[in-house]
Design a binder for this molecule. Structure first.
Ligand SMILES: Cc1cc2nc3c(=O)[nH]c(=O)nc-3n(C[C@H](O)[C@H](O)[C@H](O)COP(=O)(O)O)c2cc1C
Length: 398
C-alpha cells in the first residue's frame, strides 16, 4: 500500500517494539506518549472527546484563567468542565498570582481533575504588556512562586508547565524555565519551540527541544510542527524528548490521533478518510459542539471548523466563503453535499496550516521589565468582572 505522507516522511519506520516508553506524569501513564495541545477556542470537551474516540494519549483543555474561574465567570467554568466519560481529566490553567494559582489547583483537583498544565507561553500583547504569559519566565523567581503554588495546591496530582523558547532570539528563557520547573516539583515541561516574537510562523526549532532534554531530568514534551504521525516519531528520535504535543495538525483532522496510536504501536496507518468520511466526522463533531454550547454559539464555532475540515478538497476555497457565514447545521449539510463524496484526502492538506497566520511580532514588555528580572512580584492581573471579560477575550485570540 502506498503511504500517504509528505516527502520527508516517506521513509520513516514505525516504532520498533520497546523503542519508546509510556509518558509518566506522576501516577499517570500515557501511551502513546502523545498530548493534544491546549488551544483556546479549540480543545473544549467536544473536540477532546472526538480526538480521544480516535486514539489515546492525554487531551488537555484550553487555558482556563484562574481569576475567571475563581470568580465564577460562566464561560470559564463551562470551558473547564467535562463529562464523566473523560479520563484522565486534564486542565491547563493561566494565572499570574500565586494565591489564585494555588486556589484553582486545589479546586480543580477536588472536582476530579487528574493533571494540571500551566501556560507560560502566551504571546498575546495585552498579556505580555502587563508581564504575564511568555513574559513570566523572564523572572525565574516569579515563575518559581507560581509553579510551587500550583504543585502545593494540586497535592498528588501531577503539574506540568508549557513554555516557549523565550521572547525572541536574544531573550531565551526555556533552559531557566526547565530548571525552575524541576526544582519546584513540576513533573514535566512542554516546549513550544518557537519564541513569542515568532508567534506561529516559521519552523519549530526541534534542536532547542533536544537542548532542553539535555538540561533537565524531568520529561520534556516537544511541541511544534507535528502535522503527520510520522513527525512525532521523528521528533522523539531526533530530540530524545519523552512525548509530543500536537497542535494545529489535528484541527479538522482528529483522526491524526488514530494514526499516532498506530505508528507508536509499530503499524502502518491506513489511508486518511475521503470527503464523505470527513463530512461524517464533521457532523459528529457538530453534534457534540451543539450539545455542549447550544445551537447559536455552537454554529458560530463550527464555521471555522468547517473550513479546517475541508481545506485542500476541490471547491473548498469557493465553499469557504459560504461556510464562514452559515447559521444552521442544515446549511452546512447543503453546502458540503455539493462536494464529491469519493474524493480522496488531498495530500497537500497534510501540512496546510490551519488557524493563526504566518505573521511575527515585536513583543511588548512592561516599562523597565528587564531591569528587575530578579524580582518575584506578581504583575497586576485583571480583577473586576469587566476586566476579566476583556482579558478572556484577548486570550481567546491565542
Ligand atoms: C488556535 C490556537 C489556540 C492556542 N491556545 C493555546 C492555549 O490556550 N494555551 C497554550 O499553552 N497554547 C496555546 N496555543 C499554542 C499551541 O498549544 C501550540 O503550542 C502551538 O500551536 C504549536 O504547536 P503546533 O506547531 O503543533 O501548532 C494555541 C494555538 C492555536 C493554534
Amino acid at each position: 500500500m502506498e503511504r500517504i505522507a509528505s516527502p520527508e516522511n516517506q521513509e520513516v519506520e514505525p516504532a520498533r517494539a520497546g523503542e519508546f516508553a509510556p509518558l509518566e506524569l506522576g501516577p499517570l501513564r500515557v501511551w502513546p506518549p502523545v498530548v493534544l495541545a491546549p488551544m483556546a477556542g479549540v480543545t473544549n470537551y467536544p473536540f477532546r472527546r472526538l480526538c480521544r474516540n480516535f486514539g489515546a494519549g492525554l487531551y488537555i483543555s484550553e487555558m482556563i484563567t484562574a481569576r475567571g474561574y475563581l470568580m465564577g465567570n460562566r464561560l470559564t467554568r463551562l470551558l473547564a468542565s467535562s463529562q464523566p466519560d473523560e479520563e484522565p481529566r486534564s486542565v491547563q490553567i493561566y494565572g499570574v498570582d500565586p494565591i489564585d494559582v494555588y486556589e484553582i489547583s486545589r479546586e480543580l483537583v477536588s472536582e476530579g481533575v487528574e493533571h494540571i498544565d500551566m501556560n507560560f507561553g502566551c504571546p498575546v500583547p495585552k498579556v505580555t504588556r502587563s508581564g504575564g504569559g511568555s513574559a513570566v519566565p523572564l523572572k525565574p523567581k516569579l515563575l518559581a512562586r507560581l509553579v510551587g503554588a500550583a504543585v502545593r495546591g494540586a497535592g498528588e496530582v501531577p503539574v506540568t508547565i508549557k513554555v516557549r523558547k523565550g521572547i525572541d532570539d536574544r531573550l531565551q528563557t526555556y533552559l531557566d524555565a526547565g530548571r525552575v520547573a524541576q526544582e519546584e516539583g513540576a513533573c514535566a515541561i512542554g516546549l513550544h519551540a518557537r519564541t513569542a516574537a515568532q508567534l506561529y510562523s516559521g519552523e519549530a526549532d526541534w534542536d532547542a527541544i533536544g537542548r532542553l532534554v539535555g538540561h533537565v531530568s524531568i520529561p520534556v514534551l516537544g511541541n511544534g510542527d507535528i502535522w503527520e504521525a510520522w513527525d512525532a516519531l521523528r521528533m522523539l528520535r531526533q530530540t530524545g524528548c519523552a512525548g509530543a504535543i500536537v497542535g494545529r495538525g489535528c484541527l479538522g483532522r482528529p483522526w491524526l490521533f488514530r494514526e499516532l496510536a498506530e505508528v507508536f504501536d509499530g503499524r502502518e496507518p491506513g489511508p486518511p478518510p475521503n470527503f464523505a468520511e470527513v463530512c461524517e466526522i464533521l457532523f459528529d463533531h457538530a453534534e457534540l459542539v451543539i450539545d455542549f454550547f447550544g445551537e447559536t454559539n455552537g454554529i458560530r464555532q463550527l464555521r471555522k471548523w468547517c473550513t479546517w475540515y475541508t481545506i485542500g478538497f476541490r471547491h473548498s476555497a469557493r465553499a469557504r466563503g459560504e461556510l464562514v457565514r452559515v447559521n444552521s447545521l442544515a446549511e452546512i449539510r447543503t453546502i458540503l453535499a455539493r462536494g464529491d463524496p469519493d474524493e480522496p484526502f488531498p495530500p497537500a492538506a497534510l501540512r496546510a496550516h490551519r488557524a493563526k497566520g504566518g505573521r511575527t511580532q515585536r513583543v511588548v514588555l512592561p516599562e523597565g521589565y528587564l531591569e528587575s528580572r530578579g524580582d518575584d512580584t506578581p504583575p497586576r492581573g485583571p480583577r473586576t468582572p469587566a476586566e476579566i471579560d476583556a482579558f478572556e477575550k484577548a486570550l481567546r485570540g491565542g
